[in-house]
Design a binder for this molecule. Sequence first.
Ligand code: ZN
Length: 185
Amino acid sequence: MCDWPACGETGEFRAPGAVPSGFDGPGAYRWFCLEHVRQFNAGYDYFAGMTAEDILAAQSPIHGWERESRVFRADPFAQNPRWGDFADPLDAIGAHMRMRVRTPEDMAAERARNAAMSLLTPDERKAMEVLGLAAGADRKALRGRYSELVRRYHPDRNGGDRSFEAKLQGVVEAYQVLRRSVAFA
Ligand SMILES: [Zn+2]
């Protein structure tokens, strides 16, 4: 049965539940009819606070469990197919991946970044790990991740809780290292 209150339709479409998916497993699900999975997806703010790069990375089907439960939102990435438009999650993933066409310019830029990445010093590699940046990340990704982590660990955002202070300090130091790196010039 559809989980939407007072709906009597068959719950054929799976959506993320209260427990998000992660390394421990695919999390909890809830099931909706087509109409209600669309309503649910439209209001589901899974990607709140994530950068564009994070969102694209999270949607890759090679990243573990999320192929089981990933929701595609129409907005702000209008090219993404809607989860509710597909009966089979893998169809949705496939359609999504086919829409991401990489241009020769994209690939040349990525090769250049990868070449620069191979020249990183040990300090720079450590900083990449601290910020959780993958090889090939560009300056936009660096800035996006930095601003995201600063917000996440800042006491102002955590009700004055200073327990994230060491992490915040590490993030700031890592950014100071990488913003001067040739890899992010
Ligand atoms: Zn329903």
